[in-house]
Write a protein that binds this ligand. Structure first.
Ligand SMILES: *Cc1c(COP(=O)(O)O)cnc(C)c1O
Length: 405
């Protein structure tokens, strides 16, 4: 990490090829004998280098915007192995996706189904459609990342979904062969996935009884990872094997959309101590990474372990680790007991591979960090650090025609 910091500077996201590949294979191997597809959720980390790595491992992709589709295609992903999720797909996004030949659409409202049918008709396409059903199941996770309750904006209630499936002939340009569900993220209690699976399976059986043959089930993502040293996240292999077991013999192709559990533990945010600031009541470690680089602590009150790259075995201190952004919410850790560090020391903010860089912004006119992918003893830059010029790209002072397009 010292070498990476020297070569590429800080703050810098650093990812492990090995960990990403191991996590992806854990899913794939456990689902092994079953007809299945692992669609990596692009929103967890959509950098081209990461997408390309996963595409080469054979992954499909779960996208939630036209921009994510563009990224997947640029990274060499197979459009036939892409599923398109999200509550607010626009006509332009649906058309782009259809023209790109993506595998299937997870639709979240009757209005969306109607629009997709119309556009598919115009383009003479006939895509596979899954209705994303809302199982009305609560999950123990941060309220911002729970998605499976009746009063969340996601999915379609079972009854309404059943009506649409039974009315399938109203939508001649769509193939209603699939059903999908995604109940949230950072879930530790894998029991809820099986509860959901059971509920959805019951609906599948009812629909089959009514002549709607659903042959594909997409259970979404959401498996949690350990952010704290003393946490024990569920194992990917056990979870996926459980799913395989539950779906075995049900005449279903199983899709899953893991994001965090593949890339979260595979990345760190590497940052350097700028100052040690001792205030009246406490101590602050001011680092060169901030909430614009990693917003999770501010947005979700999330915990990330922070460890010195070189542990000099000094005594423990109690401090807030904060960035330079002008917000009191700009902290990476609060009241953290950690080994003593000095100005110039490098720190690793752990488990930052998911929902890290993707949520980075230019707030306070801070260029976004570099990203580095490590494989074995080699480190390669997969995203340059932004420059000041990047900060003003597309901006003009007087709105001249060149940039107003
Ligand atoms: C965010 C999301 C995922 C991935 O969730 P993780 O918790 O990162 O595994 C999968 N599917 C959909 C529809 C999502 O919105």
């Amino acid at each position: 990490m010292s070498e990476v910091a020297q070569r590429f500077g800080t703050p810098c996201y650093v990812y492990s090829t090995e960990t990403i590949a191991t996590n992806y294979r854990a899913y794939r191997d456990a689902l092994g004998h079953l007809p299945h597809e692992v669609h990596y959720s692009v929103k967890a980390n959509g950098s081209l280098g990461i997408l390309s790595l996963l595409a080469n491992l054979g992954a499909g992709f779960d996208i939630v915007s036209g921009g994510e589709l563009f990224r997947v295609l640029k990274a060499g992903g197979d459009p036939a192995k892409v599923v398109f999720s999200g509550v607010g797909k626009t006509a332009a996004e649906l058309e782009y996706a259809l023209r790109s030949g993506i595998g299937s659409f997870n639709c979240e409202s009757q209005e969306e189904v109607e629009l997709l049918d119309k556009i598919a008709g115009q383009l003479e396409a006939r895509p596979v459609v899954a209705l994303r059903v809302n199982p009305d199941i609560s999950t123990e996770t941060h309220p911002y990342i729970a998605t499976g309750l009746r009063d969340h904006k996601f999915g379609i209630p079972f009854k309404a979904a059943e009506r649409i499936y039974r009315d399938a002939e109203r939508f001649p340009h769509l193939r209603f062969e699939s059903i999908s569900c995604h109940i949230g993220s950072q879930i530790f209690d894998t029991g809820v996935f099986f509860e959901v699976l059971e509920k959805v399976m019951a609906l599948v059986e009812r629909l089959r009884g009514a002549g709607v043959f659903i042959c594909q089930l997409d259970l979404g993502g959401g498996l949690g990872v350990s952010y704290r040293r003393d946490e024990n996240a569920p194992s990917i292999a056990e979870y996926a094997a459980g799913l395989a077991n539950a779906v075995e013999g049900k005449d279903l192709r199983l899709l899953i959309e893991p994001g965090r559990s593949i890339v979260g533990p595979a990345g760190i945010l590497l940052t350097q101590v700028v100052y040690r600031k001792i205030a009246e009541s406490k101590e602050f470690i001011v680092v060169d990474a901030a909430m614009n680089d990693l917003i999770r602590p501010a947005l979700y009150q999330s915990h990330h372990e922070i460890i010195p790259v070189v542990d000099r075995n000094l005594e423990v201190l109690n401090a807030d680790v904060v960035g330079p952004v002008c917000e009191t919410g700009d902290f990476l850790a609060r009241d953290r007991r950690m080994p003593t560090v000095d100005t110039g020391d490098l720190l690793a903010v752990c488990t930052a591979g998911a929902y890290g860089f993707v949520q980075a912004s230019n707030y306070n006119a801070r260029p976004r960090a570099a990203e580095v992918l490590v494989e074995g003893s080699k480190a390669k830059l997969i995203r340059e650090r932004e420059s000041y010029e990047d900060l003003i790209r597309g901006e003009t002072i007087d709105g001249d025609s060149q940039s107003a397009s």
